[in-house]
Design a protein around this ligand. Structure first.
Ligand code: TXA
Ligand code: MG
Length: 340
C-alpha cells in the first residue's frame, strides 16, 4: 500500500491531522514527519515492536541506535537516568533545535530504542510540525532519518516517497527542511563532551555555552567490523561516483573529465557542484550547480542536489570541497562520507 501523504500548514498544523498521526503512532504504525534538519521515520519509542518496524523499513542494522524526539526539555530529562547540568545548559541554549544529546538512559526505555546501549540520544526539534506532532502524541518518538540505510537523508516529502513510499503508512509533508543536514550529536556521558556527529551547531558554539573544550569522537561502532553508524561506508551516499575537487587536484580532475568526454558515449552524465570558478570550461561536464557561499545556505541545498543527481541518473558528481573551517566542518564531513 502506498503511503498517505498529507500536506500540513506550517504556521497552524491542523489539529485533526496531528491527532490522526499521533493515533497511528499509538497503534504502533510508522509516521514520517519533517524536522528542521531532515525528515524522520517515527515510531513510539516505548513500543519495541514499532521501533523494530523502523529497522525493517530502513534496512538499518540492529547495532545502530535511533534518536528519541520529545516536545520539551522535561520530557527529554524523563528519558534519562540523570539530567546533568551540562545537558540543562545546552538545552537552554539550543533547544528546540538541531542538537542531539547522548546521556545515560532511564530504565523504562526498551533495549531496541538504544540498540542495547546504556545511553540514549534525545532531541527536541524546532520544526513546527514536529513539535505539534510530539505534543499531540505526548510521548517520545524514535526517529532516524527517513531514508534507506546508506542512502542520502531526505529534506523533502518527495525524497521520502521515492525512498520509503511503499514501506510506511503516513507521511506528513512540511515542505523543505531548512537546516538540511542531520543534527549535531554530542555525547555527555563522559568527562569531556564529545561530538559524535558534526552538525550545523558547531563545537565552538557548544564550547562557548559549556565553558570547556569539546572533543571529537566517532559514532557507535559496528561490532566486528568497527564501522560506526555515521561513518558506515557509503553512508549519506548518492548513487553517482563522487569526485571531491580542490585546488590541488583540479588538473587531475580536468584530465580525467577530458578523457571521459573523448571516450565513446553511454557512460552517463557528469554534474559539477561548485562554489568557485575552479572547473570553468572543463570538458565533459553536463550540468553545473553553483552553490551558495554561506555554510548555512549550502547545507540547506546539499542533499537536494544529491537527490536530484540520483533522480537524473548522474554517473559522476564532481563536488568542490568548501574551506577547512569550523563552520564548514559538518558539510565537509558529509561530503567525505558521500565520496567513499
Ligand atoms: O537530525 C537528525 O538527527 C535526524 C532527525 C530526524 O532528527 N535524525 C537522524 O537520525 O539523523 P539517524 O538515526 O540517521 O542518526 C542518529 C545518529 C547515529 O549516528 C547514531 O549512531 C547516533 O545518532 N546515536 C543514536 N543513539 C545513540 C546512542 N545511544 N549513543 C550514541 N550515539 C547514538
Ligand atoms: Mg541517517
Amino acid at each position: 500500500m502506498p503511503a498517505t501523504v498529507v500536506r500540513v500548514d506550517l504556521l497552524h498544523p491542523e489539529p485533526e491531522i496531528m491527532a490522526e498521526a499521533a493515533n497511528r503512532l499509538r497503534r504502533g504504525e510508522l509516521v514520517v514527519f519533517p524536522t528542521e534538519t531532515v525528515y524522520g521515520l517515527g515510531a513510539d519509542a516505548l513500543n519495541a515492536d514499532a521501533v523494530q518496524r523502523i529497522y525493517e523499513a530502513k534496512g538499518r542494522p540492529a547495532w545502530n541506535p535511533v534518536i528519541s524526539h520529545v516536545a520539551d526539555t522535561a520530557a527529554a530529562a524523563a528519558l534519562t537516568r540523570h539530567w546533568t547540568e551540562q545537558a540543562q545548559r545546552l538545552a537552554e541554549a539550543f533547544w528546540p533545535g538541531p542538537l542531539t544529546m547522548v546521556l545515560q538512559r532511564a530504565h523504562h526505555i526498551p533495549d531496541i530504542s538504544t540498540a542495547g546501549l546504556n545511553a540514549i540520544a534525545v532531541r527536541v526539534p524546532r520544526h513546527p510540525v514536529a513539535l505539534a506532532l510530539l505534543r499531540a502524541f505526548g510521548g517520545a518518538v524514535a526517529a532516524p532519518s527517513a531514508n534507506r540505510f546508506t542512502q542520502v537523508s531526505p529534506t523533502s516529502a518527495a525524497h521520502v516517497v521515492s525512498a520509503l513510499g511503499d514501506r510506511v503508512e503516513y507521511i506528513l509533508d512540511g515542505g523543505d527542511c531548512d537546516v538540511g543536514i542531520e543534527s549535531t550529536v554530542v555525547d555527555l556521558t563522559g568527562n569531556t563532551p564529545t561530538i559524535l556527529r558534526p552538525g550545523m551547531i558547531s563545537a565552538a558554539q557548544l564550547s562557548a555555552v559549556l565553558g570547556q573544550t569539546i572533543a571529537h569522537g566517532e559514532a557507535v561502532a559496528e561490532p566486528a567490523r568497527a564501522l560506526s553508524p555515521g561513518t558506515a561506508q557509503r553512508h549519506y551516499a548518492p548513487r553517482a561516483d563522487v569526485w571531491l575537487l580542490n585546488a590541488d587536484n583540479v588538473q587531475e580532475i580536468r584530465d580525467a573529465l577530458r578523457l571521459r568526454a573523448e571516450s565513446p558515449p553511454g557512460a552517463g552524465p557528469v554534474t559539477a557542484i561548485l562554489q568557485s570558478a575552479l572547473l570553468q570550461d572543463a570538458p565533459g561536464v553536463n550540468t553545473v550547480v553553483r552553490m551558495p557561499d554561506s555554510a548555512e545556505l549550502y547545507a540547506r541545498a546539499l542533499y537536494r542536489e544529491l537527490h536530484t543527481a540520483d533522480a537524473t541518473g548522474t554517473a559522476i558528481l564532481v563536488i568542490e570541497v568548501p574551506p577547512d573551517t569550523d563552520e564548514w566542518k559538518a558539510i565537509r564531513d558529509r561530503l567525505m562520507r558521500a565520496s567513499r
